[in-house]
Design a binder for this molecule. Structure first.
Ligand SMILES: Cc1cc2nc3c(=O)[nH]c(=O)nc-3n(C[C@H](O)[C@H](O)[C@H](O)COP(=O)(O)OP(=O)(O)OC[C@H]3O[C@@H](n4cnc5c(N)ncnc54)[C@H](O)[C@@H]3O)c2cc1C
Length: 407
C-alpha cells in the first residue's frame, strides 16, 4: 500500500477501493490480513489530512452501490464525523487527556517498573506475540487495522494495566491518521469511559479467528486478562453549545486573501472557494501531537500533505505560496503580501487548534480569519450529542440535506 500524501494518490485509492465499499466491506471488514490487506479502504490518512473529504467518499460510494449495500461503509465514515462533533461539544475531554498524559509521562520517570513496562509495550517486547506484532507494525507503517486498534487498546489497558492516555499518545504519535477526536474517544470507548461502564475486552480466540489469513498465520495472544473492569474518572465533561463556522464565506472575501492549509485541512478542493486567493500558506504542525517524539511516518505524511496541498493550490490559482513554520511570524508574512484576510478549513479541537488558534487570535484586529466547515459536519454535529445511534438515525436525512443520493 502506497500512502503518498497527495490528493491525487487519495483519489486513486478511493477509485481502487470503490468496488469493495458495498456488501464486500460489510462481510470482510473485521478481518486483519496484515499489511497486504485489501478489505478495508485505508483512506483514513487522506481523510484526516483533508486531502479527501468525507462527502466525496460518500458520493462516490453511493454512485457505485445501493444505499443498503453500502450501509456499513457509509456508517463507518459517519463514525469519523460523529467523533469530531462529539469532541467539539465536549472539548474538556481533550484538555483533561493532555493533562493526564503529562502526569502519566512524569510518573514514568519516577517509577522504574512502570517505565520498563511502558518501554516493552511501545517497543513490541511484551511477550504477547499479537500485541508485539501490532506495536511494530504501527511504528513501521503508520497504520493499524481497526480491529487491531481495538485489541491493542484493550490489552494495553486491561492486561498490561498501563495508563490509557499513554497508549492513546503512542497511537497519536505514530498513526498517519492520528486524530484527536477518533483516537481519544475510541480509547475512551475501549476503557469504558465513552459509553460509561461498557468496555471492550480482547480475547485470544477472537484475535486468532480474525487474523487467520495473516501472512504469519493467526496471531497468538495467550494470557490476556479475563476481566475488563471499566475505568472511572472524576470529571464530568459538560456539553457546550456548538458555534459552527459557515460552509461558505458569509460575506465576500477580500480580493487579497490568504488560504491557510493545515494538518486537518491540507487541500483547497473540499473548501469550494469562490475565487482565487492571493497567497497560499502551508502550516503543518505534526510535532504538536505530543510532548514525546512523533513517528517518522506520521510526521512525513502530515508535512507531505500540506506541501502537496500548497503546490496544488499554487497551480490551480496561479498564486504565490509559502510555508509558515512554528517560529515564523505570521503577521509579517501577511503584511509583506498585503493580505488582510485568512481563509482556512475548520481548525478542530485537538493539537491543531492548540497550536494554531493562539497565533491566529493574536493577529491585529484588521486581519480577519474565516474558518469554513463542510455542510456534512454542520448537519451531523448537532446529533453527535451522546451515542452514535442518534447520528446513525439521521444519516439519510443528512445525505439528502447535502445532495448526496444513490445512483
Ligand atoms: C483505539 C482506536 C484508536 C483509533 N484512532 C483513530 C485515529 O487516530 N484516527 C482515525 O481516523 N481513526 C481512528 N480509529 C478509528 C478506525 O480504527 C480508523 O478510522 C480506521 O481503522 C481507518 O482505516 P480505514 O481507512 O481502512 O477504515 P475503513 O474501514 O475503510 O473505513 C472508512 C473510513 O471510515 C472512518 N472510520 C472507520 N472506522 C471508524 C471508527 N471506528 N471510528 C471513526 N472513524 C472510522 C475512517 O475515516 C475510515 O477511513 C481508532 C479506533 C480505535 C479502536
Amino acid at each position: 500500500m502506497n500512502f503518498h500524501p497527495s490528493r491525487a494518490a487519495g483519489l486513486d485509492r478511493l477509485e481502487a477501493f470503490l468496488p469493495h465499499t458495498g456488501a464486500d466491506y460489510a462481510r470482510t471488514r473485521n478481518h486483519d490480513h496484515g499489511t497486504g490487506r485489501s478489505n478495508v479502504s485505508q483512506l483514513s490518512p487522506w481523510l484526516h489530512a483533508g486531502l479527501l473529504s468525507e462527502r466525496e467518499v460518500l458520493e462516490r460510494t453511493l454512485d457505485a452501490h445501493s444505499r443498503a449495500d453500502a450501509d456499513k461503509f457509509v456508517s463507518e465514515v459517519f463514525w469519523r464525523v460523529y467523533f469530531k462533533g462529539y469532541l467539539e461539544q465536549r472539548p474538556t475531554i481533550w484538555r483533561v487527556f493532555c493533562e493526564a498524559r503529562s502526569d502519566a509521562l512524569a510518573a514514568l520517570s519516577e517509577n522504574a517498573g512502570r517505565a520498563k513496562a511502558y518501554a516493552e509495550a511501545t517497543e513490541g517486547r511484551t511477550g504477547i506475540p499479537a500485541f508485539d506484532h501490532w506495536a511494530c507494525e504501527l511504528i513501521e507503517t503508520g497504520y493499524l487495522h481497526n480491529h487491531a486498534r481495538m485489541w491493542f487498546a484493550s490489552i494495553w489497558i486491561f492486561t498490561l494495566k498501563l495508563d490509557w492516555t499513554l497508549g492513546a499518545d503512542f497511537f497519536l504519535r505514530h498513526l498517519m491518521d492520528g486524530d484527536a477526536a477518533s483516537n481519544t474517544l475510541s480509547w475512551r470507548w475501549v476503557a469504558g469511559l465513552h459509553t460509561k461502564g461498557k468496555t471492550y475486552q480482547a480475547r485470544a480466540s477472537n484475535i486468532e479467528q480474525y487474523t487467520a489469513e495473516h501472512p504469519k498465520g493467526p496471531l497468538a495472544a495467550d494470557g490476556l486478562s479475563d476481566e475488563a473492569e471499566a475505568l472511572e474518572e472524576e470529571q464530568e465533561h459538560q456539553r457546550r453549545d456548538l458555534d459552527l463556522p459557515e460552509t461558505k464565506p458569509g460575506s465576500p472575501l477580500d480580493d487579497r486573501y490568504a488560504l491557510l492549509l493545515h494538518d486537518e485541512a491540507a487541500h483547497h478542493a473540499p473548501l469550494c472557494l469562490p475565487h482565487a486567493p492571493a497567497l497560499v500558506i502551508g502550516a503543518a504542525r505534526p510535532d504538536a501531537r505530543s510532548p514525546e517524539p512523533v513517528g517518522d511516518r506520521a510526521r512525513a505524511f502530515a508535512h507531505g500533505a500540506v506541501e502537496s496541498g500548497v503546490a496544488d493550490a499554487r497551480q490551480a490559482f496561479d498564486c504565490a505560496g509559502t510555508v509558515w513554520t512554528d517560529e515564523g511570524e505570521l503577521v509579517q508574512l501577511l503584511e509583506s503580501r498585503d493580505v488582510t484576510q485568512i481563509v482556512t478549513g475548520h481548525i478542530p479541537t485537538g493539537w491543531t487548534r492548540d497550536v494554531l488558534q493562539p497565533k491566529l487570535t493574536s493577529l491585529p484586529d484588521d486581519i480577519a480569519v474565516t474558518q469554513l466547515l463542510p455542510d456534512l459536519h454542520r448537519l451531523t454535529w448537532p446529533h453527535a450529542r451522546a451515542g452514535f445511534f442518534r447520528v446513525k438515525k439521521e444519516i439519510d436525512c443528512v445525505l439528502g440535506g447535502i445532495g448526496v443520493a444513490e445512483g
